[in-house]
Design a protein around this ligand. Structure first.
Ligand SMILES: Nc1ncnc2c1ncn2[C@@H]1O[C@H](COP(=O)(O)OP(=O)(O)OP(=O)(O)O)[C@@H](O)[C@H]1O
Ligand SMILES: [Mg+2]
Length: 316
């Protein structure tokens, strides 16, 4: 079983608005409402691809109830801890004319210490049946910034593989807890390491591993660069695919991570895991709504992903 953790679950509204301009009134040509938050998106992709997954996290109020109902309607197994305050609704506007996407995310609920504690217990229980736990997304207000780090340490002791995609302070703490895999995008990686990489993107993943992660993947719009263990050796790898021009790129990182985790769950080689991730990320950009992929199209795209040759990396 794979568990995805979404501490700040949401209802995501995606609106398609041609020629979107600030300060104007618009009509949508297409709209979609889905349960969201990064972990939920990842669970959706995993379920679509046919992998066993449970989405957990915290959700509250009528929006929280709607999140759970939406998941039920998609047959995504879920087990959320209820919180007193209302979960967020996030809105994204996609302009189909130029592919630009604008996101407005609500601040989200304030959670209490008791609620965080209740969640930690729920996760401990669920993780007993899990091979991989994926932590993804931002924290609700009130959650301690080292909450992911604490949970990662506990799961490591239980022998569960831990994967994390977040940013800022929670990421900084989490990396020090030595998670199995950290998967930031370029901006998140630069913020973590404290400098811009430019073309030296290989330094990014090496430095993230030096900070504590066992393996690191940095996603880029045209694929990813990663420092992964191949036969126990840290090995630099790249997977590339030409980016599509006007895609719904929000949530591409979630689809990437779902694909990577799916392949890893199946015991595929590190390179094949990256290949599958990149194909899922790319496929998701063709659909409005995060985490949606067509498995047939993913298989077709797989053949187009270029993988680089093996290079054992020097890690300082
Ligand atoms: N326009 C695009 N066309 C094809 N593939 C894309 C495109 N944008 C992203 N991808 C794929 O999706 C993966 C993740 O991309 P990216 O680094 O942009 O995610 P992200 O910024 O974490 O997104 P989010 O956090 O919103 O999910 C990459 O590995 C890339 O291969
Ligand atoms: Mg991301």
């Amino acid at each position: 079983m794979i568990i995805t953790v979404t501490l700040n679950a949401a209802i995501d509204r995606s609106l398609s608005v041609p020629s979107f301009r600030l300060g104007r009134r618009h009509r949508t040509v297409e709209q979609r409402t889905l349960a969201g938050g990064k972990g939920v998106n990842i669970a959706r992709t995993l379920k679509t691809l046919g992998y066993p997954v449970i989405a957990t996290g915290m959700a509250g109020g009528s929006t929280g109830m709607r999140i759970v109902e939406q998941l039920k309607s998609e047959s995504i197994l879920n087990d959320f801890v209820g919180i007193r305050e209302e979960s967020r609704t996030n809105t994204s506007v996609l302009d189909p004319a130029n592919g630009e996407q604008t996101e407005i995310n609500e601040r989200g609920p304030l959670v209490s210490e008791a609620e965080v504690e209740a969640f930690a217990e729920r996760l401990q229980y669920l993780a007993r049946g899990a091979a991989i736990v994926v932590f993804a997304g931002s924290l609700p207000r009130g959650a301690p910034p080292d909450i992911y780090a604490t949970m990662i340490r506990e799961l490591q002791r239980m022998g569960v593989t831990t994967v994390i995609d977040t940013d800022g302070e929670p990421l900084r703490h989490a990396v020090r807890a030595e998670p199995d895999v950290v998967s930031p995008n370029v901006l998140e990686a630069e913020e973590l390491v404290g400098r811009e990489f430019g073309s030296d993107d290989e330094a990014a993943v090496s430095e993230i591993v030096a900070l504590g992660a066992r393996e690191a993947i940095m996603t880029q719009p045209n694929g990813c660069v990663a420092l992964l263990l191949a036969d126990g050796q840290p090995t630099l790898m790249r997977a590339r695919l030409k980016p599509s021009e006007s895609g719904a790129s929000v949530g591409a990182g979630d689809a990437f991570l779902a694909g990577y985790v799916a392949a890893r769950y199946e015991g595929s080689s590190p390179r094949e895991c990256l290949r599958f991730g990149v194909a899922c990320g790319a496929e998701s950009t063709r659909r409005m709504g995060a985490g949606l992929v067509d498995p047939k199209e993913v298989r077709r795209l797989l053949a187009e992903v270029e993988l680089n040759a093996a290079e054992p990396a020097e890690v300082s």
